[in-house]
Design a protein around this ligand. Sequence first.
Ligand SMILES: Cc1cc2nc3c(=O)[nH]c(=O)nc-3n(C[C@H](O)[C@H](O)[C@H](O)COP(=O)(O)OP(=O)(O)OC[C@H]3O[C@@H](n4cnc5c(N)ncnc54)[C@H](O)[C@@H]3O)c2cc1C
Length: 410
Amino acid sequence: MNQDSRHIVIAGAGHAGGSAAAMLRQFGWPGAITLIGEEPIPPYQRPPLSKAWLKGEATAESLALRPAAFYPDATIDLRLATRVTAIDRAAKAVTLSDGGTLRYDYLILASGARARRLVLPGAGLDGVLELRSAADADRLKAALRPGARLAVIGGGYIGLEAAASARALGAEVTIIERENRVLARVACSILSDFFQGFHRARGVTIEVDAQVAALEGSGGRVAGVRLGDGRLIACDVALIGVGAVANDELARDAGLTCLNGIVVDLAARTDDPAIFAIGDCTSRPLPLYERIGRLESVPNALEQAKQAAAMICGKPPPTPEVPWFWSDQYDLRLQIAGMPFDTTEIVVRGDVASGKFALFHLTADGTVQAVEAVNAATEFMGGRRIIARRKRLTRVRIEDMSVSMQELAT
Ligand SMILES: Cc1cc2nc3c(=O)[nH]c(=O)nc-3n(C[C@H](O)[C@H](O)[C@H](O)COP(=O)(O)OP(=O)(O)OC[C@H]3O[C@@H](n4cnc5c(N)ncnc54)[C@H](O)[C@@H]3O)c2cc1C
């Protein structure tokens, strides 16, 4: 039984919210914790939804962030299928979709992001899907069978991962991308070309510079994607993967500063001292790059959960991490450390054609800002250390495979 009457409410039971609840207990928070999630299942990992889970290679148990018994064991009151609908900052209380009200001493907003919707004729047809939740993944999985035709609108990471998984299941896949290359928003052209070539070699059709005019159907079900140039890409299922939008409405309605996400500092504090925000719903400082930005990644969700839990429990703040991210497609593991802001040069270490290489992004003075590594874990790990230390490197040394990553990083 808790002796401490203080109460933390966490709005959003995803990767960030679930992790924050666990870290609060780990850091010794003695009061009550209520974790509220609108989805009907306990916190789970989203990355497998476009990878192992879609291919049928993961179990529901392996998706879960923690075993179901963890929450009662840690006296975390997990309320599922419940939404936080409003924040009353003056009363320090939240309203719930079941009509209830909960008072808080601290509120942690961990509401994540949602798939961006496209306003298109036919977007409401059956078989037009998105991929954000386990329920979305189940719908997509049910439609993918040998010979099924999948049209993926958007050549970002989720679209490419879903395409690779669909190919593994024997589906026919067409990726429709508005820009002149896949991954245009998030990767350099060398990486885009590599992934484009890899997907095409595995039977994926990729249409670039392609506008989508409408989704067309028959009998209420999608049958094709009509392109701006008039062509029809016939399909049995269409996946829209055009990015995500921060769920920051609760914070905005409560008057907290939001700028493409809830604005927080490096302790995950909003501009209300009783309210923290973590994960995909935030816009956060990127100290290495002297910018603020939104990071949609598991490492970021964990880092900010730790920042909030440490601050609330009076522990020292964690050292800021180099942002990192990964993507699995076929037998390729892409790992990205850092962000390529203000860079003027890209240096290739290894051989792109061999499928094992790393791209180092340098500023004019040789500072390494980011490393994109394909099947090159050593380069990724070393790259993180190099970026954290703000090391400057020359093209010649990076390219020279006789110089080890250990030597480059120290
Ligand atoms: C298909 C897919 C593949 C991915 N692959 C990778 C990868 O390979 N590597 C990587 O680093 N990242 C990946 N990500 C991103 C990663 O999963 C997210 O960055 C991470 O889940 C963010 O955690 P979060 O808790 O902030 O948000 P979420 O996990 O989205 O959780 C937010 C939760 O809050 C709930 N919620 C929202 N509003 C309310 C409310 N008002 N009241 C109550 N509950 C609410 C939502 O329903 C949701 O359950 C992937 C994401 C997807 C969708």
